[in-house]
Design a protein around this ligand. Sequence first.
Ligand SMILES: [Zn+2]
Length: 314
Amino acid sequence: MKPITTLLKQGVVLGDGGYLIELERRGYVDSGSGREKVGTGKGSGQFTPEVAIENPDALRELHREFLKAGSQVLQALTFFGTREKLTRAGYGEQTESINAAAVKLAKEVAGEQALVAGSVSRTQLVEREGMGALDKARDHIAEQIRLLKDAGVDFLILETFFHLAEMKHALQCAAAAGLPTVATMSFRPLISQCTDGHSPAECARVMADLGAIAVGANCEQEPTRMLPLLRAMRVATKVPIAAQPAAFRTTDDCHCFTRQPAFPDDLETIQVSRKEFFEFGKQLKVEGIGYVGGCCGCNPAYIRALARGIAEPN
Ligand SMILES: [Zn+2]
């Protein structure tokens, strides 16, 4: 496989979809439903990636399905895999083994057919303890990036960051590790600004200035809601735009699905169809989007739809 920087120059790069919600639906990931609200950090086992060591066959199969659907990049399931998050889920001592196993699985399935990206997200320390916890957050992110590099990922995807301040630290850790990095923020409850008050355009500029090879947004919004946000980023930077929308319908009052009453046990009632991803795929070239995949709710059927949309002569 050519490196990600080369692929981005050649056209739209198709990534994969969302692993944790799909594996939760299949019974291999704990949503934490009934015990806590996602993001509060209390309790244990909310959407953490221990499936990589506990049910590796389930994860391997989902990787295979994304590859068959056309993904040029498989993300190792290392989302929420910092020692901080895993410790709260009761898996702190397995931090090394979970990250290593997740990368190994993805690389086995990818072979020569796809690149493997290490997925790194926010720690949730900032949400719980405030901006004073940023240094601690950086240390946890730096540790995970070291583990991913040692395991042999081709590049990093920093995703689902709510605070630009934490993303900046993560990008500095990624640069120190010398790995190419795609960086995407998640905007909630509205798409007008991230949690620490920066507009999408400002986020795009800052992330590109810190060395990200593509910048954009992931999770929280369906493609139609996310598109204006991506356009605002497009005009603010010259690097390719990356988009990994969710497959859940949001509302004019609340632009994020994780704050809809349907989250997490009623999500089937707000699922958008794969057709919306097909239509999104058709628009990518015109919209200047260089990297596309799906986030929560986006299973291999949605990636197939994106692939068809991208291939459509339009
Ligand atoms: Zn998501």
